[in-house]
Ligand binder design. Sequence first.
Ligand SMILES: [Ca+2]
Length: 253
Amino acid sequence: MMALLKMFLRAFLLLQFAMQFLDGAEPQNCHGGVPGTPGHNGLPGRDGRDGKDGAIGPKGEKGEPGVNGQGTPGKAGPAGPTGDKGERGPPGQPSLPARENIADSLKSEIQHLNAKISMIEKAVSFSTFRKVGQKYYVTDGIEASFDNGMKYCKDFGGVIVLPSTALENQALLKVLVSSGLSNKKQFIRVTDRETEGQFVDTEGKQLTFTNWGPGQPDDYKGAQDCGTITDTGLWDDVGCNGQHPIICEIEIR
Ligand SMILES: [Ca+2]
């Protein structure tokens, strides 16, 4: 039995040797042992380096226009209508120069008021006075010639009275009556000494109002160049050197 097994084994080895020889393989070392079973596959190697950039590809197709794209701003449109005026803002603080101006203005106003008070004090110092608009008609019943009457009134900052409206003429008549001098004609500031028949005021200005009585001015006896007012309110020309009560008008500004 053992002999049979040895023979079988020897035959097997011979057969394998012959097959290797026939396959062209190098003859194994006669002294080598039986080849082992093939090993397992090894692990995958590392990734290689990146390759070079490839060639530029063909140009892509033109894209479609965007939907919400915003263009460049257009030109400014015309100005709109003017808005409503806003409410008045609170008053600002005046600047220093403005405050100085206000101070100067107040100073000037005080001086003006002082002068005005002084004029009023003079006006009301007369026994008869009446406020007519911006003027005071005043009298103490002093009688004088036309020229002296002018000087007298000037001392009080005034002139001989001259009504320039029917209303003022009426006011003057009231003074004439209340002063108790209605039985006498009072001088009014009109004269025709420069040009006979042309009555003007003492500054040579044309009269804007006259109230001559019937037939007046008549230049009676060629010696009547100054005007007076009678107790009816009508005017009459008389001699300038006659003595007549003087009523002054003092303008308060
Ligand atoms: Ca006359």
